[in-house]
Design a protein around this ligand. Structure first.
Ligand code: C2E
Ligand code: CA
Ligand code: CA
Length: 708
């Protein structure tokens, strides 16, 4: 065998290798693609689509490897249907296909092809008798070299930021790809060198106007670039799996911070911490939260975890089970950016959610866009019916704030209250005693008044301390008698009374209160549970709720707040009943005047009708023939004399065609001969309103002469 022979054989072998078909899909493989691209090098109009099937790994995991094979074979068929003769399709890798298009007319053309393919691939697959939904992502390179690398780069990017759709390569994309890579390296350093810092943004209550807590927001103190906002690096932290470490750090840092504020005398504050999808999906997350609370000695109700709607809709997370696990720890759960996702409140109802945060987008235009205002109103209303508290985000102006207060939002957060700030600034902010100005809070013309009745002074003091920041006017009495005395002098909404007191028991005191002030909401707070007397009191309606000593701070606060809400609701409905009565009287009055008006009107229209009938009759009996034509020449009016004329069938159209243009003249004269050969002199008149022609009336005036 000569060298040339060997070379020939090798070449032939090489060719066959390149054309070796993939058994599964019957398509050529990667090498064949490389060869073809090499051949196309001179073409400046070549395009390449790299097609990646999404979630194939998950499918294999869930249904077995053969399921993946069936899917790939079917996907290959679908793509092949759209391939076209001059194009070249290969199975490029595990779950990737590549379609080379040697001559592409335009970028738009190849983009349309990509959309077409995505639509085809998105249709359900029938695997083992089940419908399976799997999408695809496509990276496109067109008229750019190196074609393959660029299409791959576009695909990699599409899988991150445009999963399920296509992305066209552009030079900027490569740069951002590089930046992303660089960013991840830098983030690793940032962790090692503790370049992260937690900022705190205050939240305020719309009832009391006071600061109720903070949201923890991470910042990155970059050695060169300065302070960097989380939206720039959170996605990279998530992609690289670093978010779990950083998230755990933010959580611990925030809890510790809260304890420090406690020590400084601000003990009723809450802290909200953002949680990312990756953290939530981590099976050990609930344990991490539990441990952090233990380590920092923080009671769980003071920690609120902020999750987004999209996280709960994500299929990798079984939202309900996860949330229940977290809820079992006692922490509060909030839905962040509410309104921007797809979840409905009906869906949220199934989840143990405490708070929703209305997204900034709605708050922004709440004072100008009636839509946003009504969406907000609806969200607040529904949330309240589900006993979910509402926080409005991104409040920047006084006008937004007053609107939200009027819409019954519980709390507000945003630049108007305060920007996110470092921990020491937050402490300064607290000690400045900032609160929403009373004239903005406006609403409660009457302060929410709470009466505490207990013979133990220490209990009264503890309760006062606990409720200090809730914005109530608090009265206290050490006995039932003193309590009744205070009730006589003050307008009290809610009463919390001890049960066991000398002289008059709590039950007896509340029973009397019920008779004297039936609108008050009455609760018993007692360590002593004489079931019989309590049951009696509740059954007689003297007591709304029984709360036990020792109490749980948050629980007690919630119950008292709930009691005020109840009171306000009944006040509101009483006002409403009153308003309705007033409105009814008004309605009766206006009904009466409406009836009079209608009488007058029908009288007037009767006169009108009579006049019209008279005109019609006069016209009818007029001894001269009259005919009216509409602008199209149709007869719309004829009188009796006109019927007596002997006119040809087309007389009226002749009339119409002989009229001068209506714009030129109002009245004119015509002549016409009837079938008895009589000649008529006819007066015509155009009826014009504004610049609209309504038609023409013709009056046949007099016969001119006889023809033989
Ligand atoms: P978010 O949870 O929706 O936080 C609110 C964002 O709105 C914050 O941006 C805050 O500075 C900004 N903001 C607050 N009030 C106003 C206002 O009145 N006007 C305007 N225009 N903006 C306002 P920031 O701090 O840049 O955080 C961006 C996002 O990064 C957060 O959105 C949150 O999703 C995420 N994030 C922040 N810290 C963490 C964290 O520790 N872990 C995780 N997973 N995500 C975090
Ligand atoms: Ca948040
Ligand atoms: Ca938010």
């Amino acid at each position: 065998m000569t060298t040339s022979h060997i070379e020939e054989r090798l070449e032939a072998l090489e060719e066959r290798r390149a054309l070796l078909l993939d058994v599964l899909t019957g398509l050529p493989g990667r090498d064949a693609l490389l060869d073809r691209i090499e051949e196309q090098r001179s073409s400046t109009a070549a395009g390449l689509l790299c097609i990646d099937m999404d979630q194939l790994a998950a499918l294999n995991e869930a249904m077995g490897l053969t399921a993946g094979d069936v899917l790939l074979a079917e996907a290959a068929k679908r793509i092949a249907l759209h391939t076209g003769e001059s194009n070249f399709l290969v199975r490029y890798g595990g779950d990737e296909f590549a379609l080379l298009m040697p001559f592409v007319e335009s970028a738009g053309h190849i983009e349309r092809k990509a959309s077409e393919l995505l639509d085809a691939l998105r249709r359900p697959y029938l695997i083992a008798g089940r419908e399976v939904f799997v999408g695809a992502s496509i990276g496109i390179a067109f008229a750019s070299t190196p074609l393959l690398q660029h299409a791959e780069a576009a695909l990699a990017r599409a899988k991150i930021s445009a999963r399920g759709s296509w992305l066209m390569y552009s030079p900027g994309l490569a740069r951002s790809q590089y930046e992303r890579f660089h960013l991840k390296t830098e983030l690793r350093q940032a962790i090692e060198q503790s370049q992260f810092e937690v900022y705190y943004q205050p939240k305020a209550s719309c009832r009391s106007g006071m600061v109720t807590g903070f949201e923890a927001l991470i910042r990155w103190n970059h050695p060169q670039r300065g302070l960097i906002s989380p939206s720039e690096f959170i996605p990279a932290l998530e992609e690289s799996g670093l978010i779990e470490r950083v998230g755990a750090w933010v959580l611990k840092e925030s809890c510790m911070q809260l304890k420090q504020w406690d020590a400084a005398g601000y003990s009723a504050l809450q802290i909200a911490v953002n949680v990312s999808l990756r953290q939530l999906a981590d099976p050990a997350f609930a344990e991490l939260v539990g441990n952090t609370l233990l380590e920092t000695h923080l009671s769980p109700q003071r920690l609120e975890l902020e999750l987004t709607e999209s996280m709960l809709m994500h299929d990798s997370v079984s939202a309900e089970a996860l949330l229940r696990k977290l809820k079992a720890l006692g922490v509060r759960l909030a839905i962040d950016d509410f309104g921007t996702g797809y979840s409905s409140l009906a869906y949220l109802k199934r989840l143990p959610i405490d708070t929703i945060k209305i997204d900034r987008a709605f708050v922004q235009d709440i004072t100008t866009d009636p839509n946003d205002a009504s969406i907000t109103r609806a969200i607040v209303g529904m949330a309240h019916s589900l006993k979910i508290a509402v926080v409005a985000e991104g409040v920047e102006t006084e006008a937004q704030l007053s609107t939200l207060i009027a819409e019954q939002c519980e709390s507000v957060q945003g630049y108007y209250i305060g920007k996110p700030m470092p921990a020491d600034k937050a402490l300064a902010f607290l000690s400045s005693g900032w609160s929403i100005a009373p004239e903005i809070l406006g609403r409660p013309v009457k302060a929410r008044t709470l009466l505490l009745v207990d013979d133990e002074e220490s209990i009264v003091l503890a309760l006062k301390r606990l409720l200090r920041r809730e914005g109530y006017r608090i009265l206290s009495a050490s006995s039932g008698a003193e309590g009744l005395d205070l009730l006589a002098k003050n307008d009290v909404d809610v009463i919390v009374s001890d049960q066991r007191m000398p002289n008059m028991t709590g039950e007896e005191f509340l029973r009397r209160t019920k008779e004297l002030y039936p609108d008050t909401v009455r609760m018993v707070l007692s360590g002593y549970a004489d079931m019989q007397s309590i049951t009696n009191a509740i059954n007689r309606g003297a007591v709304y709720k029984f709360l036990s000593k020792p109490w749980d701070d948050q629980n007690l606060k919630d119950n008292i707040q709930e009691a005020f809400r109840r009171k306000e609701l009944s006040d509101e409905s009483r006002r409403l009943v009153n308003d309705i009565a007033v409105a009814n009287t008004d309605l009766n009055r206006s009904n009466k005047s409406l009836a009079t008006m209608l009488d007058e009107q029908s009288h007037r229209s009767m006169i009108g009708h009579a006049a019209l009938a008279m005109v019609q009759e006069t016209l009818h009996l007029l001894p001269a023939p009259v005919v009216g034509l509409d602008p199209q020449g149709m007869v719309v009016l004829r009188n009796e004399s006109f019927f007596k004329l002997h006119l040809s069938m087309d007389a009226c159209s002749t009339l119409a065609s002989h009229c001068p243009p209506w714009q030129d003249t109002e009245s004119f004269f015509l002549e016409m001969t009837d079938q008895d050969n009589q000649r008529w002199n006819i007066a015509g008149r155009n009826l014009v309103t504004g610049n609209q022609h309504r038609g023409t009336v013709f009056v046949f005036l007099n016969r001119l002469c006889h023809h033989a």
